[in-house]
Design a protein around this ligand. Structure first.
Ligand code: ATP
Ligand code: MG
Length: 416
């Protein structure tokens, strides 16, 4: 127990961490290119913020939260997603008073008490982007485009962009009624969660993971047939923008965000190659969230992209992530005096930005060479008593199996 990580969490071990560095760097680069700036928000927030931001009727708030009281008696929750903390910071720091829109991105751990399985963890990580401050569909297609281009640049070829509109509170009221009328005769066949959703949030039933419920909703009425003029125009604009940008999509009327503050655009990037948890990226518009959280009525749109699922997808697509450069120099020494000299050289190399290592286990010479080979060092520097006396080192290029003698002061030039 002491030496097992908590269920649903995963260590990223040193030999794997380059994969994370790679995608993190690429994501930051692409966001930068699109004019988004990074925001970092705390790992925990007031529970009330998450309740409101994610919504009382969602699975997350109802059964997946890591909520605790701190020693001051405040109820806090480990963030299950990145949008509501970002909106909170936007309001708290009055970023809305600056030139709009506000374009931000983040990289964050998220915590949800779910049933761990492939692609589903209790602590997972997300890349996210948000645009606050514009109702224009240019913003929706801008975030979609980032998701699209990022997945493409990561070498993923098998995701499909699915889009939908979930309307607005005006048109959704009619749809909600039509959906309930359709579902009522099937009420007894619904899973327990969906029975509960029937009154509170019937649109979530469309998103249920149970096969039985999916069979029921197959012929359900579609939100798209109930859109008001404004929402309908917006959806057409999303489609025409995507066409103009050369981004392929399919309309999937089953995609819901399912909350009152989510409006209009909803979208997902879905793959078939990583099993049941195939949605790597999900997002949409939330025109009423900021106001719901006590801020001004400022619209927003964004997405969350699961990093673990992204890495799984890259593997499934056979993407080779470049491995990091091994240490450049290994210094082999014989005897105490040579060791002291070696330490001096090591320091000089480090101060000049060169990666270098020395043995720290008091290995004999043979052991040091073996270790240098293990580390894949490009060069070794060998210092014995004889070299010490003559003020030189043996300099070996391990790739070319060449060895030459150089003086102490030539070492830097030789490596450079
Ligand atoms: P799902 O339908 O798979 O449960 P979701 O709708 O709950 O996803 P979002 O809240 O939209 O997911 O989160 C955005 C992305 O974060 C998902 O598309 C997915 O890649 C990732 N994600 C969500 N939950 C988990 C989890 N428990 N473990 C790993 N990744 C996750
Ligand atoms: Mg989920």
């Amino acid at each position: 127990m002491l030496t097992n990580a908590p269920k649903g969490t995963k260590d990223v071990l040193p030999e794997q961490v380059y994969r994370w560095h790679y995608v993190e760097k690429k994501f930051a680069e692409i966001c930068d290119r699109y004019g988004y700036r990074e925001i970092r928000t705390p790992v925990f927030e007031h529970t009330e913020l998450i309740n409101r931001g994610v919504g009382d009727t969602t699975d997350i708030v109802q059964k997946e939260m890591y909520t605790f009281n701190d020693h001051g008696g405040r109820s806090l929750t480990l963030k299950p997603e990145g949008t509501s903390p970002a909106v909170r910071a936007f309001v708290e720091h009055k970023i809305y008073a600056e030139v709009q829109p506000t374009k931000i991105y983040y990289v964050t751990p998220c915590f949800r008490y779910e049933k761990p399985q492939s692609g589903r963890l209790r602590e997972f990580h997300q890349f996210g982007v948000e645009i606050f401050g514009t109702p224009n569909m240019m913003a929706d297609t801008d975030v979609i485009c980032i998701g699209h281009d990022f997945l493409e640049e990561m070498g993923i070829r098998d995701t499909v962009l699915e889009i939908n509109s979930v309307g607005c509170p005006v048109c959704r009221a009619n749809y909600r009624k039509a959906l309930q009328d359709f579902l009522r005769p099937h009420y007894d066949e619904l899973c327990d969660t969906c029975k509960d959703r029937f009154e509170r949030n019937p649109m979530r039933i469309l998103d249920c993971k149970s096969a039985e419920d999916q069979a029921i909703v197959k012929d359900a009425p579609e939100m798209l047939d109930y859109l008001c003029e404004d929402c309908s125009k917006a959806f057409e604009e999303v489609k025409s923008n995507l066409t103009a940008m050369g981004i392929d999509y399919v309309v999937n009327p089953r995609i819901v965000r399912g909350l009152d503050y989510y409006t209009k655009t909803a979208f997902e990037f879905v793959s078939n190659s990583i099993g049941a948890q195939g949605t790597v990226c999900g997002g949409g518009r939330y025109d009423n969230l900021c106001e719901e959280l006590g801020g001004p009525p400022i619209p927003g749109v964004g997405f969350g992209l699961g990093i673990e699922r992204l890495l799984m997808l890259m593997d499934a697509n056979g993407v080779e992530i470049p491995t990091p450069e091994p240490t450049s120099v290994f210094i082999v020494t014989m005897g105490e005096e040579a060791k002291a000299k070696g330490l001096g050289i090591l320091r000089k190399l480090h101060q000049n930005g060169i990666s270098a290592q020395m043995d720290t286990l008091a290995r004999n010479v043979k052991g040091q060479f073996k270790y240098a080979a293990r580390l894949n060092a490009k060069y070794t520097i060998v210092i014995g008593e004889d070299e010490l006396a003559r003020g030189v080192v043996q300099f070996k290029n391990m790739d070319q199996h060449e060895q030459k003698e150089i003086s102490f002061d030539q070492i830097l030039d030789e490596i450079k």
